[in-house]
Design a protein around this ligand. Structure first.
Ligand SMILES: O=P(O)(O)OC[C@H]1O[C@H](O[C@H]2O[C@H](CO)[C@@H](O)[C@H](O)[C@H]2O)[C@H](O)[C@@H](O)[C@@H]1O
Length: 360
C-alpha cells in the first residue's frame, strides 16, 4: 500500500507511542556485533583533557550555533553584507516562491520539516521549545494539501507531543524511528532495517527502526551520561530512544572540556556508537549508515510509490548540520528544494534560505 497523498481519508503514521505493542522480526545490523552486556571495556586509553582541547572537539562545540559576530569578526565586513552576499548563492525561498512553484509545476509535492530551529525557535530549555499556534496551523494546512513529515533528532514520542498533529508522518531519532506502510516495497527490501507489523487505524503499518538492537545500549549510555555529568552545572542529557543528546548550551564555557571528556569516554566504552554535533548539543548515536537523508528517501519512496517516485517533488526545510544529509539526498536526486533556515551565512547543501522560524 502506498501512503495516501490525498488528505481526505489519510491514514497517518503518527501515534507513535505504540511501538511496544509491535511484534517484530529483526534482521541483524550488518557490522554491529553487539555484546550481551552493552559496554565494551577500554580498548584504548581514554583521552586526556589536553587531547580533548587539541583534537578539534572544542572548536566544533564553539562553532555550533554560531553568532553573527563569530562568523564575521575576522573579515572586517558587516553581518548584513555577508548575509546579502551569501544569499546570492542561497536565495530567499520566499522571494523565489513563484520560481519554485513553476519548477514544481503540476507535480505532486511532499513536505519534510525539521522541528527545532525550523518550526520552533531555539530556546535555552529543550523542554520549552514549543511551536506557535500560528505555526501549528500553517503545518496543519500544509498537511491538508501535501503529505507532510517531521524529521527530527528528538524521539518520535517527544516530537509528536510537541507538534500534536495526527495528520503528519513522524520520523524521530534522526530518522532511526519511522512508521510506514508494511506493504511498501521498501519494507521488504531494506535488508538492514527492522520490520514490524501492527494493526493501526485499520491498516497494517511497518516500523522502520534500523538501529533497534541499540535500544538497550542507548538507554545504558543515557543513564551513564546522566551520572557522569551530574556535577556539571547547566548540563542536560536527553534520551531520544536511538540517540542520547548532551546539551551544553547552559554550561559555562570553562566546563566544556569536561563535557567533551565525559562524552568521549563513552566512545571508549562503546565502540559501536558515534558522536555528532548539533546546535550546542553533542549526540551519541549508533554507528550505522542511516540518517535524516535515508529517512527522507524512505518516506519519499513510500509516499510516491516505488514505480512513480520521480513524480514527487520534495521540499525539505531544516536548520541544522543533521539536515545537511537530507539536503544532500535532494541534491543527488537532482530535483526537490532544500531550504536552509539560518540567520547567518553557512556552508550548506540546500538551494534556498530562510532567515528564521517566522519566515518558515
Ligand atoms: O532535528 P531537530 O528537530 O532540529 O532536533 C535537533 C535537536 O533539537 C533540540 O535541541 C536544540 O533545540 C533546543 C530547543 O530550542 C536547544 O535548547 C538546543 O540547544 C538545541 O540543540 C533537542 O533537544 C535535541 O535533542 C535535538 O537533537
Amino acid at each position: 500500500m502506498d501512503l495516501p497523498l490525498n488528505n481526505g481519508n489519510k491514514k497517518t503514521l503518527s501515534r507513535l507511542g505504540s511501538s511496544s505493542r509491535l511484534s517484530s522480526h529483526h534482521q541483524s545490523l550488518a557490522g554491529a556485533p553487539l555484546p550481551g552486556k552493552y559496554k565494551t571495556f577500554h580498548q584504548k586509553k581514554p583521552e586526556r583533557l589536553e587531547d580533548v582541547r587539541y583534537n578539534g572537539w572544542l572548536d566544533a562545540m564553539k562553532s555550533s550555533s554560531p553568532t553573527c559576530a563569530y562568523l564575521t569578526k575576522d573579515v572586517g565586513i558587516t553581518s548584513d553584507d555577508s548575509y546579502s552576499f551569501w544569499m546570492l548563492k542561497y536565495p530567499s525561498a520566499i522571494k523565489s516562491f513563484e520560481q519554485i512553484m513553476d519548477l514544481a509545476h503540476d507535480r505532486k509535492m511532499a513536505v519534510f520539516l525539521d522541528y527545532d530551529g525550523t518550526l520552533s525557535p531555539i530556546v535555552d530549555d529543550p523542554d520549552c521549545a514549543f511551536m506557535s499556534e500560528e505555526m501549528q496551523l500553517a503545518v496543519k494546512n500544509i498537511a491538508y494539501y501535501f503529505p507532510t513529515a517531521i524529521i527530527s533528532g528528538r524521539s518520535c514520542d517527544k516530537i509528536y507531543e510537541l507538534v500534536g498533529l495526527d495528520e503528519l508522518y513522524y520520523a524521530g531519532s534522526h530518522g532511526m524511528d519511522i512508521m510506514g506502510p508494511v506493504s511498501s516495497n521498501l519494507f521488504n527490501h531494506h535488508l538492514k532495517c527492522v520490520e514490524s507489523t501492527d494493526q493501526q487505524f485499520g491498516e497494517d503499518v511497518g516500523l522502520l527502526q534500523p538501529a533497534r538492537e541499540f535500544l538497550p545500549m542507548i538507554d545504558e549510555v543515557f543513564r551513564t551520561l546522566v551520572e557522569n555529568t551530574k556535577d556539571i552545572k547547566g548540563i542536560k542529557v536527553e534520551n531520544h530512544k536511538f540517540c542520547a543528546s548532551i546539551h551544553y548550551r547552559n554550561v559555562d564555557e570553562k566546563d566544556w572540556p569536561r563535557v567533551a571528556q565525559c562524552v568521549l569516554a563513552i566512545l571508549e566504552d562503546y565502540p559501536h556508537l558515534k558522536i555528532t554535533h548539533g546546535r550546542k548539543v553533542l549526540e551519541v548515536r549508533p554507528v550505522i549508515d542511516w540518517n535524516k537523508g535515508n529517512a527522507v528517501e524512505f518516506l519519499l519512496d513510500s509516499l510516491s510509490g516505488m514505480d512513480n517516485c520521480a513524480g514527487v517533488v520534495p521540499i525539505y526545510v531544516g536548520d541544522d548540520r543533521t539536515d545537511e544529509d537530507a539536503f544532500k539526498v535532494l541534491q543527488a536526486r537532482g530535483y526537490g528544494f532544500g531550504i536552509l533556515v539560518s540567520s547567518v551565512p553557512k556552508e550548506t547543501n540546500a538551494s534556498y534560505s530562510l532567515r528564521d522560524t517566522s519566515e518558515v
